[in-house]
Structures are given as structure tokens and as C-alpha cells.
Design a protein around this ligand. Structure first.
Ligand code: PHE
Length: 342
């Protein structure tokens, strides 16, 4: 081979290599091209062996051109390789479309929310409207207007959490009785769900708990209406054969006042560990609205009468679902709450 033939051959190989690189659209084809031209048994390496057939004085130029060409092809190959890597891959390259889809886990209401809503719904069906009020209250709405006199021992019934001199975390939802009557003339038929706070903490008490308050003020409302409404509530919430009883009690804002017991949901009244042998469980406080409250909100005690009640939602949930520790409601353990889907 003479020099001219050698150089022509190099050019031919270079053109072929470039056009094959250009035509390669994936890594595998490009690798084939690399082996074919740049590999140890490739065309260029064959050509460098063929250099020995050249005249001695032609060899330096031939060698130089060969090396240059090798470099150019290598560079072009690298560039093409980068391009192929950047190119968008089709989804089927990385998604196995035959795999089953991933389910998005579906949450549900917390048992307390659900119980509170169930309680409210029963009263809504009886004509009461859901109303709410603030959790941080003034001394006036939590105590004063509800007929708890300053420095009176009746305030000790509630282990209050104060957040300022006149401000506190409400100890009950009864404050909303005053807030509503202040704003609306009678008749008032409301049910008030909400969080309440007391400095209590044991198996059945948590510093934050939930109540549902009821207030009915209208013409000619009697204690029989109160008892009838609560008896019907107990039947709907627990079961049709649930019995209730009223025991005399005291609240400054109701007169007369009563505690309501339901026949033990565990033993049905025979007496067991849950009801401490009595057959009855205390579930709520109630009474006829104390006329002193009407004075505070500008109602005429001669034309209206009413009743109020306050239900502990946590206690109702524990009784209905036979739970023993209130703190589980607020521990934030999803595994526990998952047992009560809704
Ligand atoms: N507010 C009372 C409590 O939290 C319950 C109650 C409400 C009693 C309404 C009578 C009337 O203990």
C-alpha cells in the first residue's frame, strides 16, 4: 500500500464511522459502532498494523493522520453517547405496567369526632341546631353569667386552667348557652359540640375532653320534656331498651338539677365491675335553666322556661365501645384508632 491509498482508506473509514454514529439511536448500537471502529480488533487497529507495509519515510504522516482520525471518531462517539443518555426514555423502560396499582390509604373520622357527630345528629333530628363557641373564654361566660358567684365554692367543682387573669380554657360548653341567648331572642333550641378543659388526668379523665351541650328555651318547657328528650337520646345512641334515671344534683346554672344515669351497658343493670355493682352509669348533667340566667341575657322568666344538659362525649364513646383508657383517644396511635373505622 502506498501513502495515498492509506490516507484514502482512513478517510473512507472516518466517513463510514461518522455516518454510523449518527444513525445510532441507542446505547447498544453505539457500542457496536465503537467495537467495529475503535475496538482492539477494530478497523483502525487493523489499519495501524497495515502501516508496516508503507515506505519507512511515509510512516510518520500516516501515523499522525491515523491518530488524529481515531481521536475525532472517539470524540464524535462520546458526544453521541451523551446525547443518547439525555434522550427521553419511554415510560415502558422504567414502569412495569403489569404491576397492580398502589392504593392511597384512606383515613376516617376520629372515634371522638364520630361520637360527637352521632350525638349531635340525634338531637338535630329532634329540632335542635348545632352552634359553637370559643375554647378560650372569659371568666364572665364560663362562670359569672352562669351564676357562679365570685369566690363561691361552686367554682371549685371545676379544676380550671387559667391563661390570664380573666381568661381561661373553658371548663364546659355551658358558656355557649349565654353567648347564644345574648344574641338571639327565644325560642332557642341548640346543641353545642366542642372541646373543654380541666386540670384532671386519670384513666377516665383527660385535661382536654369533649362535651355536647343542649339548651332548649321556649314557652311551657317542663322537666318532663327534658327527661323525654334524654330518654329518647339514650335509646337512639345505645339501644332501644336502654333505661335512664334522674338523680337530684347541683349546678349553679340549673334549678332543679339532676345527674342522669343509664342502666349499665355491660351488665344491663345487674351490677358488674364497670358500674361498680350499682347497675347504673353516670353519663351527664342536666336541669331546668336557672331563671338567674334569663336576667343576665335579658329574657323574661315569666314567659319562657327551658332545660339544659351537658354530655361527656369521651365517656359516651368509652361506654359504647367498651374502652378502658381515655388517654388512648389522644395518644395519636393510628393502629388503635384504625379499630374504629367510620
Ligand atoms: N356544664 C356541666 C358540666 O360540665 C354539665 C351541665 C350542662 C349540667 C348543662 C347542667 C346543664 O359538668
Amino acid at each position: 500500500m502506498n501513502l495515498k491509498e492509506f490516507l484514502d482508506k482512513i478517510n473512507g473509514i472516518k466517513d463510514a464511522a461518522f455516518s454510523e454514529i449518527k444513525a445510532s439511536k441507542d446505547k447498544e448500537t453505539l457500542e457496536g459502532v465503537r467495537v467495529k471502529y475503535l475496538g482492539s480488533k477494530g478497523l483502525l487497529s487493523e489499519l495501524s498494523k497495515a502501516m508496516l507495509t508503507l515506505e519507512r519515510q511515509d510512516r510518520p504522516e500516516a501515523g499522525k493522520t491515523l491518530n488524529q482520525t481515531k481521536e475525532e471518531i472517539t470524540l464524535e462517539h462520546k458526544r453521541a453517547h451523551q446525547e443518547v443518555l439525555k434522550a427521553p426514555v419511554s415510560e415502558s423502560d422504567y414502569i412495569d405496567v403489569t404491576l397492580p396499582g398502589r392504593r392511597v390509604p384512606l383515613g376516617h373520622r376520629h372515634l371522638i369526632t364520630r361520637t360527637s357527630q352521632e350525638i349531635c345528629h340525634i338531637f338535630e333530628k329532634m329540632g335542635l341546631t348545632i352552634t359553637e363557641g370559643p375554647e378560650v373564654e372569659t371568666d364572665y361566660y364560663n362562670f359569672e353569667a352562669l351564676n357562679f358567684p365570685q369566690d363561691h365554692p361552686s367554682r371549685d367543682m371545676q379544676q380550671t386552667l387559667f391563661v390570664g387573669k380573666e381568661l381561661l380554657l373553658r371548663t364546659h360548653t355551658s358558656c355557649v348557652q349565654i353567648r347564644t341567648m345574648e344574641k338571639t331572642p327565644p325560642p332557642v333550641w341548640i346543641v353545642v359540640p366542642g372541646k373543654t378543659y380541666r386540670r384532671d388526668d386519670d384513666l377516665t379523665h383527660s385535661p382536654m375532653f369533649n362535651q355536647v351541650e343542649g339548651l332548649v328555651v321556649d314557652k311551657g318547657i317542663t322537666m318532663a320534656d327534658l327527661k323525654g328528650m334524654l330518654a329518647e337520646f339514650a335509646r337512639q345512641f345505645f339501644s332501644q331498651d336502654t333505661k335512664i334515671r334522674l338523680r337530684p344534683s347541683f349546678f349553679p346554672f340549673t334549678e332543679p338539677s339532676a345527674e342522669v344515669d343509664i342502666a349499665c351497658v355491660n351488665c344491663g343493670g345487674k351490677g358488674c365491675r364497670i358500674c361498680k355493682g350499682s347497675g347504673w352509669l353516670e353519663v351527664l348533667g342536666c336541669g331546668m335553666v336557672n331563671p338567674a340566667l334569663y336576667k343576665n341575657v335579658g329574657y323574661d322568666p315569666k314567659t319562657v322556661t327551658g332545660f339544659a344538659f351537658g354530655i361527656g362525649v369521651d365517656r359516651m364513646a368509652m361506654l359504647k365501645y367498651h374502652l378502658d383508657n381515655i388517654s388512648r383517644f389522644y395518644a395519636g396511635d393510628v393502629r388503635y384508632m384504625r379499630q374504629f373505622p367510620s
